[in-house]
Design a protein around this ligand. Structure first.
Ligand SMILES: Nc1ncnc2c1ncn2[C@@H]1O[C@H](COP(=O)(O)OP(=O)(O)O)[C@@H](O)[C@H]1O
Ligand SMILES: [Mg+2]
Length: 254
């Protein structure tokens, strides 16, 4: 099982949108996908509510083993949502050492139950649960907005990932995904150029535009390619290209 985290301590930058679309895309490719929602805002849990597994995300930090084998026993693709719950707030008081150890064991447990991919959505803060997810993960991506506050924050994110890599050397930062990009906004163009200069290795080439069909999709519990509007076509192309890029980087079909 390969594990990917969406992380950025800034909110509203497209973490959940990206994660949910990767889950739908990977599912359609025939994979068994576990989704863990570590954000108490529960946005991914809302959009993926049709895929509830019965497990709550805070149980990933405990020592009891998780039972999801009924989800993976058939030779069928699946999305199993491990949903956000109020107990997650208490995980922020755990020692990182303990939280990280337990979370890593829970991820190993999911792997042994036959999942191909585990996608983890995180809250917009550099807290214990985000750090635990990064300590257990193979890959991390950071959706970003091309606005000044977002760019200010990304330095911290890059530093955090570098620090986690000292403890979890298998973690690969696949890069930043420009999200909600308005091609007619010169400020966005300037910021994108700035970022490409500052982080030439870290800019994912398949960004996603500012497209209201994506917000429609998230509200309706479906991927943007199921939205029947002409305007959804461009969004679909962008999100599919992003998913293809990520799946290639994750080397799932090797
Ligand atoms: N590409 C996009 N175009 C337009 N709106 C978007 C896009 N991506 C996300 N949104 C909307 O922006 C808001 C924040 O996105 P979200 O994915 O929830 O960010 P985060 O998880 O980083 O807080 C949501 O209301 C979502 O519907
Ligand atoms: Mg979110």
């Amino acid at each position: 099982m390969k594990t990917l985290v969406t992380a950025n301590q800034k909110g509203g930058v497209g973490k959940t949108s990206t994660l949910v679309h990767l889950a739908f895309d990977f599912f359609e490719r025939g994979l068994k996908v576990a989704v863990i929602d570590l954000d108490t805002q529960a946005n991914a849990s809302y959009t993926l509510q049709a895929f509830q597994s019965g497990l709550q995300a805070s149980s990933m930090f405990g020592v009891e083993s998780l039972e999801l084998e009924n989800k993976t026993k058939d030779n069928m693709p699946v999305i199993a949502l491990i949903e956000s719950d109020a107990g997650l707030a208490n995980m922020e008081k755990m020692a990182l050492n303990e939280a990280g150890t337990n979370f890593r064991a829970a991820i190993a447990n999911l792997s042994s139950q036959g999942f191909d991919v585990c996608l983890i959505d995180t809250a917009p803060s550099l807290g214990v649960s985000m750090a635990a997810a990064l300590l257990a993960a193979d890959y991390v991506i950071s959706p970003i907005e091309l606005e000044a506050y977002s760019i200010q924050g990304i330095k911290k994110m890059v530093t955090t990932i570098a620090n986690i890599r000292k403890v979890n050397p298998k973690l690969q930062f696949l890069g930043m995904i420009p999200s909600k990009v308005d091609s007619r906004n010169p400020r966005h163009g300037r910021h994108l150029e700035e970022l490409e200069r500052a982080y030439p290795q870290l800019m994912i080439p398949t960004g996603v535009g500012l497209r209201s069909s994506i917000a429609d999709a998230l509200a309706s519990g479906m991927p943007v390619w199921r939205i029947k509007k002409t305007a959804a076509r461009k969004a679909t192309q962008e999100v599919r290209a992003l998913a293809a890029h990520i799946i290639m980087k994750m080397e799932i079909y090797q």
